[in-house]
Ligand binder design. Structure first.
Ligand SMILES: [Zn+2]
Length: 169
């Protein structure tokens, strides 16, 4: 594995952990251009109540702002989870040449799992893709997040203890 990919993915993982700490599904993304991080994002869907606030979209917006141009030439996007159709679409529209992701997403992944939007020859842009970089810590973070969420939901569904009827007023 490319040690540089792993180094940058660790930064994306830190962002994913920050998302989890804020009660967001833990996904983090960064964009690197010539050794410089020009965009960072973590999932903010709950905080912003915005269905577009995925890590990749936020990182792309920040990177485009940084370079002052919508085309993100000579960049690599690192993201902890396989991008969804919306984010894959944003990656194509930003003409990002290389994408590195961590865990596969069998339910929404649009790079290999459900669709192959980043390598579809019918689109006017194709990316070089590397998947599975630090996949296990990325997936573990997601598993832990959803397990905690389920526990919290189960706890809130627990019936109240029956009222104490042994004492008369
Ligand atoms: Zn997405």
């Amino acid at each position: 594995m490319n040690p540089e990919d792993e180094m940058y993915m660790r930064i994306a993982l830190d962002l994913a952990e920050q998302a989890a700490a804020h009660g967001e599904v833990p996904v983090g993304a960064i964009i690197v251009k010539e050794g410089r991080i020009i965009g960072m994002g973590r999932n903010r869907r709950e905080a912003d109540q915005d269905p577009l606030a995925h890590a990749e979209v936020l990182a792309i917006a920040q990177a485009a702002h940084d370079v002052g141009f919508w085309r993100l030439d000579d960049t690599t996007l690192y993201v902890t989870l396989e991008p969804c159709p919306m984010c894959a679409g944003a990656i194509v529209n930003a003409r990002i040449p290389r994408v590195v992701y961590g865990a596969a997403d069998p339910k929404a992944g649009a790079v290999h799992s459900l669709f192959a939007l980043l390598t579809d020859a019918r689109l006017n842009h194709r990316c070089e893709v590397t998947g599975g970089v630090l996949a296990e810590p990325s997936a573990a973070l997601l598993r832990q997040f959803f397990a905690t969420l389920r526990q919290q939901k189960a706890a809130s569904r627990d019936p109240q203890p029956p009222p104490d009827t042994t004492e008369s007023p």
